[in-house]
Write a protein that binds this ligand. Structure first.
Ligand SMILES: [Fe+2]
Length: 503
């Protein structure tokens, strides 16, 4: 599909599909359900060692390989690792090679870093038209470009926002991202993410997370000529489910709707492969004479997963007032400040809007967090000129003022009836919020429009307060009253007058 509005019927919610499986009809794979679980999987029953992790000799003479995503002695709740039982150890390689790529990953966003030219802040409203699709053969190795980010991969702190746009599958090429955990958000086209732990099928409306250090390969599904989407990379944090507080046990993104793969090995294991290790934003490439996807069994909690955003269980206001967008958080990532997240990933999909005696759309705001919004699909195009066209984006740094347009806002103000209604029908938009503003790459800042929306949509809000003649008279009355009160209060500070009262 091109980058216009979604033409296929899209569900209001996953349950509209009437599925008895946890995946959509076109997803051919099996999964294990749960968020943050310790899973296990094997291609042949009985392959995983029982009662221990490192047998003297593994079944089928597989090699044991440990993958840690946290310090060995990290507390239980943040101790993340997996054990892989594979045909060849990952260190069996045939040396490093130079490979020219068109990729544009960036791993550092330190304003004072002279080696990072083009790391530019954007202090006005910014919009991107749908990101261009490639015309020359481009796979995922070549087809990722960094829009912006904050922090630094080497410091293990910060995030990066990348765009992928591809028209080819990775052919015996794999990527190992040593910099951070990547959330891949599909916007156009169906892809298969083949990882060491198994395969994830991803289509618009779904997201996947591949943790740092896990090798993977991105392939186009037959019938899909292009794929495009967003990658949010965390340099030193990991995605977690938000706490639900008074909401209770269920709601928002439910844990069992996160799906992890089952073990899968390539049919042909002795091909020549190139493995691209991304470290500090650059590739280092080695060749090897065996598939990196040769894991016959694994167990652990360092496992990729996917989530279908049409399963999100929305919460909101049932009486009055607009609810803060934090109630739409799918996943959150901690920063080193316990009171603010590094990043929140929020959902804006079809939902009922039922509040009464209330102005329902978002209030004008200047939030502490920086916001990047992108529309995944939409049956009606509305909102900011390009920011809400599928496949583009829009951005406001923290404290940059924004809000509703004058026309729709004033129309909403005049509405006398607050009947329940469905909003965002046929549409899915995500918002990435970060407590730190982003610095944009040269490509990111040169490809966007600054203040692309006509300022008239805000400038035309009338001032009905200062132009109101009654308000003028009331202000004079308030002034008189304040002066009279002030004069009366002076008595308490005037010892001479107080003494006179006593006589
Ligand atoms: Fe906002």
């Amino acid at each position: 599909m091109a980058d216009g509005a979604q033409s296929d019927a899209v569900p209001f919610h996953y349950t509209d599909l009437g599925r008895t499986k946890p995946t959509r009809e076109d997803d051919p794979f099996e999964y294990q359900a749960g968020f943050g679980n310790t899973f296990q999987s094997e291609v042949i029953p009985g392959t995983l060692p029982q009662g221990q992790n490192h047998p003297h000799v593994c079944r089928f003479n597989l090699y044991t390989e440990v993958l840690t995503s946290s310090a060995f002695a990290a507390p239980r709740h943040s101790n993340i690792s997996s054990l892989l039982y594979r045909c060849r150890p990952s260190c069996a390689i045939n040396g490093h090679v130079e490979v020219e790529t068109k990729a544009g990953w960036r791993g550092s966003f330190l304003a004072s870093d002279p080696k990072a030219p083009g790391a530019k802040p954007i202090s006005s409203q910014a919009e991107w038209a749908p990101f261009e699709l490639p015309t020359e053969k481009t796979d995922y190795i070549d087809g990722v470009r960094t829009l912006g980010g904050n922090g630094d991969a080497g410091l293990r702190d910060g995030i990066a926002l990348h765009i992928y746009a591809i028209n080819a599958s990775m052919d015996r090429r794999a990527i190992l991202n040593a910099d951070g955990d990547c959330m891949i958000v599909a916007q156009l086209g169906h892809i298969v993410i083949q990882t060491e732990m198994g395969r994830l099928y991803l289509q618009p409306g779904e997201l996947a997370v591949v943790q740092r250090g896990i090798k993977y390969r991105v392939a186009l599904v037959d019938g899909h000529e292009h794929a495009r989407g967003y990658i949010i990379e965390l340099f030193g944090s990991r995605w977690e489910l938000p706490t639900l507080g008074p909401l209770g046990c269920f709601g928002l993104a439910n844990p069992r709707d996160f799906l992890a793969p089952v073990a899968y090995i390539d049919d042909k294991l002795d091909d020549d492969w190139l493995v691209f290790t991304k470290i500090h934003g650059s590739y280092s490439v080695h060749k090897q004479s065996h598939s990196p996807f040769d894991v016959a069994a694994w167990h652990g909690n360092c496992v990729p997963y996917k989530y279908d955003m049409t399963k999100f269980v929305a919460m909101g206001s049932l009486t009055v007032d607009h609810t803060d967008p934090s109630v739409m958080t799918i996943l959150t990532a901690k920063s080193r400040d316990p009171d603010v997240p590094l990043a929140d990933f929020l959902w804006f999909g079809p939902r009922w809007d039922v509040a009464q005696n209330t102005f329902r759309p978002p209030y004008f705001h200047r939030n502490a967090a920086s916001e990047f919004l992108a529309n995944i699909y939409s049956t009606t195009l509305s909102g900011r000129s390009s920011g809400f066209r599928p496949g583009g984006g829009s951005y406001e740094a923290g404290h940059i003022a924004h809000g509703g347009f004058a026309g729709p806002y004033l129309t909403e103000m005049k509405k006398m009836k607050n009947d329940p209604r469905i909003i965002s029908s046929g549409s899915l938009t995500f918002m990435l919020e970060s407590s730190r503003s982003l610095l944009f790459t040269e490509w990111g800042s040169s490809s966007c429009k600054y203040e692309a929306t006509d300022p008239a949509v805000w400038e035309s809000f009338p001032d009905r307060f200062s132009t109101n003649s009654s308000v003028r008279q009331l202000l004079d009355k308030v002034k008189e009253k304040n002066q009279a009160e002030k004069s009366a209060n002076e008595l308490f500070h005037d010892d001479g007058r107080i003494a006179a009262l006593a006589k």
